[in-house]
Design a protein around this ligand. Sequence first.
Ligand SMILES: *Cc1c(COP(=O)(O)O)cnc(C)c1O
Length: 480
Amino acid sequence: MNYVSTRGDNKKRTFSQAVLEGLADDGGLLVPESLPDFSQEWPQWKDLPYDELAFRILEPLAGDLPEGALRQCCSSAYGESYGGPVAPLRPVGPYQLLELFHGPTLAFKDVALQLLGRLFGVILEQNGQELNIVAATSGDTGSAAIHGLKDVPRVRLFVTHPEGRIADLQRQQMTTVVNDSVFNIAVKGTFDDCQHMVKDLSSDLEFKRKNSIGAVNSINFARIAAQVVYYFAAYLQTPRALEKVPAVVAVPTGNFGNILAAEYARRMGLPLACTVLASNENDILPTFFNTGLYKRGTARATHSPAMDIQVASNFERYLYLLASENPAKVKELMTSFATTGELQLEANPGSQWSALACSNKETLATVKEVWENHQQLLDPHTATAWWAMDQCLNDFEPDLPKIVVGTAHPAKFPEVLKQVVSSDVPELKHPTLEALKSLPERLFAIPARTDSLKEFVTSGIELGAGGVFLRSEEKAAPHG
Ligand SMILES: *Cc1c(COP(=O)(O)O)cnc(C)c1O
């Protein structure tokens, strides 16, 4: 399979090249030239183990990997080290809850990042290259990336977070990883400062090339491809899957990576009647699906922080599908968006879509109601999708399977949930998170300046794989 830019730079890449490249030089996102059609095959996949299912779906997309490598990556990513089942589906009240939060960091991002780490390992080994990843996180992505990449040879990871401004649990999930190749950097500033520093560093092409800088953000197509798998896995677990009864899925959405994978699954032959997009009060995507207008706003802090976005980084891939894969049209729309902060689509933004914005109040009310009625504690992100499914229930025939995608374990967000359930509820704790509290942490502090970050990254690279970077600003490890 070849990969092309959504803005049409006329270059074709292999899967391996697309995985390393991340963003195309013309600013577009990389997408497969065509999609495989599994509509004849998927009914035979019902009883496959998850890693084998992943292999069947990814094989046509990742054809240039060395013989046996993909199968090896899938079985290692989704084997014992994963920590729990990858995508179990459980009936809860009127819905089926897809629990994507049994991985090492208890959030759905593990599904993709555990695989991405292994893919990087294979590709870098084959090319004899190194990769230095520089990222900014306000929580979830950083820890999933660290846990997915910490043991991958030839990869170093520099993850910035705003000092003192992320939850203790989320910091501990990152800073208790003390591998030599992982550098947690506390920036004396805000999350915006972190993002700007990483962006500045990445737009210095000379620095980027010299230091083999790469990205793991959700624009990497391998992450989307890995997420397609769990939609097939989920559907195959619904009670009447082999009758091909179309399902409805509701997805808590931020950067549009998770729900985009559902759309790809549909286009690969999975019977999905409707994708229900749930946002929080940051409603740029619901506005788009309801009016065709995509307009940049200012991000608000909500109870579902992993969905607090201004613009959705994967949206351009969906525009490309809507524009019948015409890159000139995508380029025109995205240029308009870059200059005016908005774009207006004439065509229907999606006939098999519903999109709703869930307020903080509705999020909490949903957590409370689902807890009281079904003894199921939802995390605040998952609650937005449950709420959105409730809103459009009357649009669907009662016997269609309704899948609510669960993106995080509730124990990751105890402060929010304690506003509506008693603090004794056992689901507010998880042994993986409890264990972190007694582990030593390692992190490095730098000022909120791009040259400080560049200097830090360069010194970290010079140390090579074996060294640990100590400097005067290193913070004494807080012991819990
Ligand atoms: C990242 C994240 C989301 C949003 O997923 P996107 O792919 O960015 O739309 C939702 N919930 C949780 C818990 C997340 O970590």
